[in-house]
Write a protein that binds this ligand. Structure first.
Ligand SMILES: *Cc1c(COP(=O)(O)O)cnc(C)c1O
Length: 352
């Protein structure tokens, strides 16, 4: 078919200058260390094809994905040898793919170390668990022959509580330091976004920001430095005149207290706009925005639509665009979702 596909009635605007500026701010905060970039989960939902060139051009040189299946798209834009796969080699297929692609496995267990060695080894990164108990070799295991045989480029660990003032941070830092003497490595890496804000002790040679690149503010030290990157917008697809007493949406959860004009907007939970944004459980205050004017949500979020009160913006018509308040710290408060969830949940139907 040769006709153009119509543009969807919702779009996600990415502020590339803000994305680049966030990487540079995190790189500067990393001091002598350089900042890499976590680009897993499709750049936290914002589209790796779209965001990775910006991060690369800003200066990022080391990239982190979770799955082997994420390598190919990223490798359209950067060398596979600059892409590390955090889940590591779990199957022989992973090993074959690692060898063929040149992407770098992060070794997370003695099993993965043996598997990599048996396949001939080669450059890898080593994840040591210093307390998050998720992935990683235990400090007590780093003396194992399987680890000694590895060609470790980056020795890394991951902080569990960097977004809190927890004594866990210092404990993990101390454990990470102890392990460094027992492994041959080229460089060291501990800090994620929040870890960068913990200060120079946590930076080592390479930092691994993710959330903050995309506008997340994991600690107060990052506020003011980190800019909003993702701006979801949705169009009004119909306007309606309600009579006092009319009910809106599934289960008629909102009843019009007076005659009022409302707009049906092309945005729903299939797009990542969950019911937790709606006026459920008597919680109110959730809204979409027309410029600075808040337009309250009425009733439940449907799969593809929400309804908003247009009383404050009587000139709005079908086809006009509204913005979703997506400054992540506030949006997290308003929706009850985490900043990570808010980004990664954005659906596939957004245009650009
Ligand atoms: C996801 C991830 C990061 C990035 O963390 P943020 O909190 O998003 O900055 C860094 N390192 C590892 C191992 C990760 O899994």
């Amino acid at each position: 078919m040769s006709v153009d596909i119509p543009q969807p009635s919702l779009r996600l605007r990415i502020d590339h200058a803000a994305l680049a500026s966030n990487w540079r701010a995190l790189d500067a905060m990393s001091g002598d260390a350089s900042a890499g970039a976590a680009i897993k989960a499709d750049c936290y939902g914002l589209d790796v094809e779209y965001c990775l060139p910006t991060l690369r051009d800003a200066g990022a040189e080391e990239f982190f994905v979770a799955h082997w299946s994420e390598v190919e798209t990223a490798a359209h834009h950067v060398h596979a040898s600059d892409i590390a796969v955090l889940h590591g080699p779990m199957t022989s297929q992973d090993i074959t793919y690692a060898k063929a692609s040149g992407a770098v496995p992060v070794i997370n267990s003695l099993e993965q170390a043996r598997r990599w060695n048996e396949a001939g080894g080669g450059r890898c990164h080593l994840m040591v668990d210093t307390g998050i108990n998720r992935l990683g070799v235990a400090p007590s295991e780093v003396g194992d022959e399987a680890i000694k045989t590895l060609d470790v480029d980056v020795l890394m660990s991951h902080l569990a509580c960097a977004d809190e003032d927890s004594e866990m941070n210092a404990r993990q830092l101390a454990r990470f330091r102890e392990v460094q003497a027992q492994v041959d490595w080229n460089s060291l890496s501990l800090a994620n976004s929040a870890g960068i804000a913990l200060g120079g002790d946590y930076a080592f040679n390479l930092t691994r920001p993710g959330l903050a690149l995309y506008g997340g503010i994991a600690r107060k030290e990052l506020a003011g430095l980190i800019k909003q990157v993702a701006f979801p917008e949705a169009a009004i697809i119909q306007t309606r005149e309600l009579k006092a007493g009319d009910a809106v949406g599934y289960n008629g959860e909102f009843t019009a207290p007076r005659d009022m004009r409302v707009g049906t907007v092309s945005l729903g939970y299939a797009d990542g706009f969950l019911r937790s944004w709606g006026n459920v459980d008597g919680r109110s205050g959730s809204h979409l925005l027309h410029a600075e004017t808040p337009l309250p949500l009425l009733g439940k979020v449907s799969m593809d639509m929400v309804v908003v009160d247009l009383s404050a913006a009587p000139s709005l018509r079908e086809g006009d665009w509204l913005s979703v308040p997506y400054e992540l710290q506030n949006a997290a408060q308003q929706s009850g979702l985490s900043q990570y969830e808010l980004l990664t949940i954005l659906g596939q139907r957004f245009g650009s």
